[in-house]
Design a protein around this ligand. Structure first.
Ligand code: LHQ
Length: 270
């Protein structure tokens, strides 16, 4: 993705290690954490590092300042009158699509703590995460139609699955802002929480998931993600195969032992 000699400035994404929990914070607050190339590179590097580190068992993605992410930094995209059209497909292919694929394929839970407005690709980045918490003051805006584009970064795939085709089309075509509480009510996100409680709740959830049987969570994530695109027959076969793999895991053995011994299990993610 990045040129080999490119070293992303760490400041565009802050990385905090909290034991087995990793907190990644988009950090261009003056631009509502909209994406330029440097922020893309920094986020991918941080995601890849979290994926590769066996000690990391859960991830929180959030934003600095009053916004979560306003999608593409449009100041990078102003086209001079008569200038050549940019290849937006190349931008998606190089940056956004690999990011969404990486989050969906990551065999660890990714929590999104939406601290403020999530617009354009920023909204769909949030929706690609596994558990989405949002501050009550946050809103989700499929802003694309206002500039003549389609909801990218998985938006056209994710939205109808989350909220149904009728609502998906309205939200996408009208760019209607969806406040966090409504997003929870219509099943677009997991939960809306008080602004002041957001990070505390996200960290509590992240710490609980970081202590959970990671392999089981990874198989659960993969199975639920594929569920609406495969037959029941196929899903039953895949559940059987996953359960077979998990039955051989140390965490399953520990879970059963702990249950029988009436004590709390200590899972190691193996
Ligand atoms: C921004 C941005 C921004 C730069 C706020 N860029 N500065 C993929 C492939 C390739 C290319 C095209 O795009 C894509 C995917 C996409 O994401 S397309 C959609 C891009 N995003 C948008 O269209 C959203 C644009 N932003 C907004 O509609 C509003 O800013 C929202 C609704 C997010 C927030 O509204 P407000 O709370 O009223 O804040 P604001 O508009 O006053 O913004 C605050 C500052 O942030 C402001 O700068 P300033 O210097 O005046 O304080 C904005 O210019 C800047 N900003 N979004 N995407």
């Amino acid at each position: 993705m990045a040129p080999e000699n490119h070293v992303a400035k760490p400041s565009e994404v802050l990385v905090e290690h909290r034991g087995a929990l990793r907190v990644l914070t988009l950090n261009r607050p003056d631009k509502l954490n909209s994406f330029n190339e440097a922020q893309h590179r920094a986020l991918r590097a941080a995601m890849d590092a979290a994926a590769a580190d066996d000690e990391c068992r859960a991830i929180i993605l959030t934003g600095a300042g009053r916004g979560f992410c306003a999608g593409q930094d449009l100041s990078d995209r102003v086209r001079p009158e008569g200038g050549a059209a940019p290849d937006l497909g190349a931008t998606l292919e190089t940056f956004y699509n690999p990011l969404i694929r990486a989050i969906r394929a990551l065999p660890k839970p990714v929590i999104c703590a939406v601290n403020g407005v999530a617009a354009g690709a920023g909204a769909n980045l949030a929706l690609a995460c596994d558990l989405v918490l949002a501050a009550r003051s946050a809103k989700f805006v499929q802003a694309f139609s206002k500039i003549g584009l389609i909801p990218d970064s998985g938006g056209t795939w994710m939205l109808p699955r989350l909220v149904g085709e009728a609502r998906a089309k309205a939200l996408a075509m009208l760019a209607i802002p969806v406040p966090a509480e409504e997003a929870e009510r219509i099943g677009m996100i997991y939960r809306a929480v008080d602004d002041a409680a957001l990070m505390g709740e996200a960290i509590a959830l992240g710490e609980a998931l970081a202590k959970a049987p990671t392999l089981g969570l990874a198989e659960t994530k993969a199975l639920i993600q594929q569920a609406l695109t495969v037959s029941l027959d196929r899903q039953l076969d895949d559940e059987r195969d996953a359960q077979r793999r998990l039955g051989r895991s140390a965490d399953y053995a520990e879970g059963v032992r702990a249950f029988m011994e009436k004590r709390e299990a200590t899972f190691r993610g193996r």
